[in-house]
Write a protein that binds this ligand. Structure first.
Ligand SMILES: *Cc1c(COP(=O)(O)O)cnc(C)c1O
Length: 369
């Protein structure tokens, strides 16, 4: 008889399903790696900025030493950028790390965490990982229903996760609505506002949630260098919150959770305003390219505020998997979202114009099969 190791709540975890790497698709389908287009993980199609590459190369010389455990230089740069004290900042091994640290720091086993249906898969994982109860609030128009989320908060709730813009649906909640929500959340509940796609927002939708942190002691804003800044492989994210929260985050995190190369590259990327502007402009143009194609093909899509679009590729529960397989055979990797309860849909990251064109042609072919 085999023994069950570990707690029941750990055994119940459904592991995160990442986008397929290019090398794996090349092996599986007998394709050339160079011919494969990957629009599956919301990565920056320009890759890592040259400024960050230079900083990283210079930092290689110091790799024999441990990283700066307090991330002095990177926190200093972030502190200046967001006008908050450096000791209000927690660095993470990607913002995924921030989300996990928050669950461990603020929630006890058996207490509850509130998040929305169709929101980022890591919220369920982080909740399950600490043995907390999931309160999953049904989505409204495939986005967050904030009044329902507020009503769902219980005495035993310690954390609320909100993704804005949301992944995988791309929906966006305007500043006034979010702030009104935060103001009403009971003081014993921490709100984690996950803004992984913030830098893609058009100017008229931008707002500085980092400033709200000064007003709301239970707010933690999470950001990442993985998306607009083009550093997904390096794993850097950060949180901004008042010291009462940051101090607990700091006790839970691994002392050296962000490596030296990542710290150096992140500082360079943060200061590379031209790269960020180029990324946002490419994203806006690529979104138009996708939207026009989807409309021409008569496909329903969810208007997106991120660097990806959720598109419905059929009416039956097999549609997403079927079209995904056809795209893979044609060398295009996108993200099926059946695990999110959206089996008729695919999430497609916005790439370079030529990559988008390859996807559109392959999608046409797949739908005609
Ligand atoms: C991509 C993503 C993240 C995390 O990305 P990291 O690479 O871990 O920083 C966090 N939240 C959302 C909503 C995301 O889509």
């Amino acid at each position: 008889m085999s023994k069950n190791y570990g707690p029941e709540y750990v055994r119940a975890i459904a592991p995160y399903q990442a986008g397929k790497p290019i090398s794996e698709v090349a092996r599986e389908f007998g394709l050339e790696e160079a011919a494969i287009v990957k629009l599956a993980s919301n990565e920056n199609p320009f890759g890592m900025p040259a400024s960050a590459q230079h900083a990283l190369a210079a930092a290689v010389a110091e790799l024999g030493r441990y990283p700066d455990a307090n991330g002095f230089d990177l926190k200093g740069a972030l502190s200046k950028r967001y006008d908050v004290p450096a000791d209000w900042i927690t660095l993470g091994n990607g913002s995924n790390d921030i989300l996990e640290i928050a669950a461990h720091a603020f929630v006890e086993r058996g207490q509850s965490i509130v998040y929305a249906q169709y929101s980022f898969a890591v919220y369920a994982l982080a909740t399950q990982g600490v043995g907390a109860q999931h309160i999953v609030v049904p989505a409204k128009a495939r986005g967050h229903d904030l009044p329902a989320m507020l009503a769902a908060i219980r005495d035993d709730t310690r954390l609320v996760f909100i993704a804005n813009p949301n992944n995988p649906t791309g929906t966006f909640i305007p500043a006034a609505e979010i702030e009104a929500f935060i103001a009403k959340v009971p003081a014993h509940v921490v709100v984690v506002l996950d803004e992984a796609y913030n830098e893609f927002l058009a100017a008229e939708h931008q707002f500085e949630s980092a400033q709200w942190v000064k007003k709301y002691p239970n707010l933690l804003v999470s950001r990442t260098f993985s998306k607009a800044y083009g550093l997904a492989g390096l794993r850097v994210g950060f949180a901004i919150a008042q010291p009462a929260l940051t101090d607990l985050m700091n006790r839970i995190r691994q002392p050296f959770n962000v490596n030296s190369l990542a710290q150096a590259a992140a500082i360079a990327a943060l200061n590379d305003k031209a790269f960020l502007a180029q990324s946002a402009a490419n994203n806006a143009a690529g979104y138009q390219q996708f939207v026009e194609a989807f409309e021409q093909l008569g496909l329903e899509y969810v208007p997106s505020f991120g660097n990806f679009v959720l598109v419905k590729v059929g009416e039956d529960a097999g549609a997403g998997a079927r079209v995904n397989l056809s795209l893979l055979k044609q060398g295009v990797i996108v993200r099926p979202v059946g695990n999110y309860g959206l089996p008729e849909w695919l999430r497609i990251s916005i790439g370079l114009p030529q990559e988008n064109a390859v996807l559109i042609a392959a999608l046409k072919k797949a739908l005609a099969e």
